[in-house]
Design a protein around this ligand. Structure first.
Ligand code: DOR
Ligand code: ZN
Length: 350
């Protein structure tokens, strides 16, 4: 049976939510990933050091890394299942003193244009350089990366492409700021990578697999509806080439975004595809099908380590080419490929 081992897989864009949802979904990522970049679009968004530290603690509890605040750490469990939540703050025009104070607790800052997606109402309403300069200069000086949901308010299929000049402007004016174009979906975003040395990107699993046709070309499939919406075949091809060839500026970020089934199968469907429990298996299947399994390690870990200078906790995940039938739901959440059989399974995590 064909098998493939991945070392320290990293999910560089993950939504874990809070409360019961956090308890449901966090173990599904911590089982097979060494760490993940945690998105701050809670209600209310994570904008203070206290909220961020408390949220990280709740994540560690939910992943089984901590029994509770007072108890001793369970080292046996930590060895097996340690998972590093790399915390982000929700972008606001933060003063430098605040950023200095929070620096050691955060991995990056995530910027949302106001209202562009789930819980982003408090985001940025204009990309005014003078307004943003103090914060972005401080971030560059403190080496805090800026992660961006890059979409305008234009026509839904054009939103990401229309955002490219804003990426270009920010990359040019803040050459020492590391900027990550999150969950890119277009050929134009892939092309930006070679134009600016300080621009990087994450790519999701679902955007490597689907186009708008899969979402809305036949019967509407709400569990594939996400932001940015899946685009055209040529866009998917460009994303696939970048991922399969392990473009060194591209990292895997699942954007796994759980919503309860009743919020997806609704008139007014929430945006987000839930891929956390099947991401590594399907990536193996995809890279294998294209004869590029040897490049998967770079896409799911090494590139991120190089780009961010990370040293993740040791974790070795062995996958095998054995069919796995995806559960119809995890708690209240329906995963991608629910009820379908995928070609690869996780054999062992060490
Ligand atoms: O589809 C999405 N869901 N895109 C995002 O940018 C946010 C995410 C969510 O939080 O649900
Ligand atoms: Zn996201």
């Amino acid at each position: 049976m064909k098998s493939h081992t991945l070392l320290m897989p990293l999910d560089m864009h993950l939504h874990l939510r809070d409360g019961v949802m956090l308890e449901t979904v966090a173990p599904l990522s911590s089982y097979s990933f060494s760490g993940a970049v945690i998105m701050p679009n809670l209600v209310p968004p994570v904008t203070s050091k206290e909220e961020l530290v408390a949220y990280k603690e709740r994540i560690l509890n939910a992943t089984g890394n901590r029994v509770n605040h007072e108890d001793e750490l369970d080292f046996e469990m930590m060895d097996m299942d340690y998972f590093e939540p790399m915390m982000t703050l929700f972008y606001q025009h933060y003063p430098r003193e605040f950023l200095e104070d929070v620096r050691d607790e955060i991995f990056a800052i995530k910027l949302y244009p106001a209202g562009i997606t789930t819980n982003s109402e408090g985001g940025v309403s204009s990309f005014d350089l003078d307004m943003m300069r103090p914060t972005l200069e401080a971030m560059a000086a403190l080496e805090i990366p800026l992660l961006i949901h890059g979409e305008t308010e234009g026509f839904v299929m054009d939103r990401e492409a229309e955002f490219m000049p804003i990426y270009g402007m920010l990359a040019k004016h803040f050459p020492n700021l590391k900027i990550v174009m999150e969950h890119i979906t277009t050929k134009s975003a892939v092309e930006m990578l070679d134009k600016y040395p300080n621009l990087y990107a994450t790519i999701t699993l679902h955007h490597l697999l689907i186009t708008l046709d899969d979402v809305a070309g036949g019967m509407l499939r709400p569990h594939l509806f996400c932001k940015p919406i899946a685009k055209r075949p040529e866009d998917r091809e460009a994303l696939l080439s970048a991922a399969l060839d392990a473009h060194p500026k591209v990292m895997f970020g699942s954007d796994s975004a759980p919503h309860p089934k009743d919020k997806k199968e609704a008139c007014g469907c929430a945006a987000g595809v839930f891929t956390a429990p099947i991401a590594l298996q399907v990536l193996c299947e995809l890279f294998d099908r294209h004869g590029k399994l040897e490049n998967l390690q770079a896409f799911v870990s090494d590139n991120a380590q190089n780009i961010y200078g990370l040293c993740p906790e040791f974790k070795e995940v062995t996958l095998v080419e054995r069919p796995f039938t995806v559960p119809s739901h995890y708690g209240t959440v329906v995963p991608m490929f629910a009820g379908e059989t995928i070609g690869w399974s996780i054999e062992e995590v060490m």
